[in-house]
Design a protein around this ligand. Structure first.
Ligand code: AFP
Length: 345
């Protein structure tokens, strides 16, 4: 007999007799159920057919793969039976209305990390639960991240993991394959305030601004440079896998704005990627910034808008903000411009 509390019991204990909390609990359970299904599909790989076939483009020009659309379809089907009025999905140009008058709106990336399909690397599903506004779907997805009632992500990796916050800390559950139930393994995820591990796609180095290059240069210089300590680097190509690692052992993640066409606000989307991650991270004692302010304070003007995303150890996030906004405050630096980075000839 296991002593790890089941997700359904934990949610029931949190919700009690509060009708609004029960609506949130029912919605989280619906998402956990569909996560279980997507996890099985991902785990089957080519045995479930060609999941990586390109079938179209989403509104942002990202290629859509069969598994992207299957996940989107399954999430909509699951939420149709939950107290959810509107769904804002990465895979649909406009919000989808499911149950008019229902109390909740859900923003979702049905399959994050789809560039990892077919190569046995982690993927996931990210969700943000908001109050549905009487003004309708568009308005419901233009609320700041501070209005989120709950947020979470599933990681389809060696473990199928659910990270969840309902505003009282960040909780981590793992799918027990013996009885297909999610069980609580960490009731209070906590991100250390300092770190020596950063996560960035270094192949974009030449596209970053000088301040960001300076920050990464200083990390790479290790104990021979101004940071006086060595750093490690990780990049999984999957936001949820990076976020899971940072919730577990700390670190800092950066997907900054860069000079490539279409990347002026980075790659990640504010409403259904950055906001839920930021809620989970802040609830775990970390910080999440767009480079000039808290992610959760950003006011969306479009469901699919992008935002630069820096999150994790709050001391490191604050340092990166100083590089970006007050580089001369970094004191013991040669002028940022003309610095020689390890990546430059
Ligand atoms: P995909 O879902 O299109 O693979 O994008 C995943 C993602 O949004 C995020 O999960 C990763 O951290 C990031 O993109 C990877 O971006 P790069 O492919 O530019 O490294």
């Amino acid at each position: 007999m296991t002593n790890f509390e089941e997700l359904s019991d934990w949610l029931r204990g949190w919700a009690g007799v509060d009708a609004s909390r029960r609506d949130i609990a029912d919605t989280v359970l619906a998402l956990a159920d569909v996560g279980r299904e997507i996890s099985a599909l991902v785990a089957a790989g080519p045995l479930a057919g060609d999941q990586s076939g390109i079938v179209g483009e989403n509104s942002d020009g990202d290629l859509q793969k069969l598994l992207d659309l299957a996940s989107h379809r399954d999430v909509l089907a699951a939420l149709a039976n939950a107290p959810v009025a509107h769904v804002g999905s990465e895979e649909a140009p406009e919000p989808v209305t499911l149950n008019s008058g229902a109390p909740l709106a859900v923003a979702v990336d049905p399959l994050d990390g789809s560039s990892n399909i077919g190569v046995n690397l982690p993927m996931g599903t990210i969700f943000s639960i908001l109050p549905a506004l009487a003004a309708g779907a568009e308005a419901s997805f233009r609320q700041t991240g501070r209005n989120q009632l709950a947020a979470g992500f599933l990681v389809y990796g060696p473990m199928t993991e659910l990270a969840l916050t309902v505003g009282s800390g960040t909780h981590v559950f793992v799918l027990d394959r013996r009885d297909e139930t999610f069980r609580l393994v960490n009731g209070a995820a906590s991100i250390p305030h300092a770190t020596d591990e950063f996560s960035i796609n270094a192949s974009n180095y030449r596209h970053w601004n000088e301040a960001l290059r300076a920050y990464i240069d200083d990390c790479l210089a290790g104990d021979e440079g101004v940071r006086t300590k060595n750093f490690n680097m990780r990049w999984y190509g999957s936001l949820v896998a990076e976020a899971s690692r940072i919730l577990t052992r700390g670190g800092v993640f950066l997907y900054p704005a860069d000079q490539r066409h279409g990347y002026g606000d980075g790659r990640l989307r504010l409403v259904y990627e950055a906001n839920p991650i930021a809620f989970l991270v802040e609830q775990a004692g970390g910080a999440a910034s767009c480079g000039s302010g808290a992610i959760l304070d950003q006011v969306p003007d479009d469901l699919h808008q992008r935002v630069p995303l820096i999150f994790g150890a709050w001391e490191e996030v604050e340092r990166i903000e100083r590089y970006l906004n007050d580089p001369h405050s970094m004191g013991d630096h040669a002028p940022l411009f003309g610095r020689r980075g390890l990546f430059r000839a």
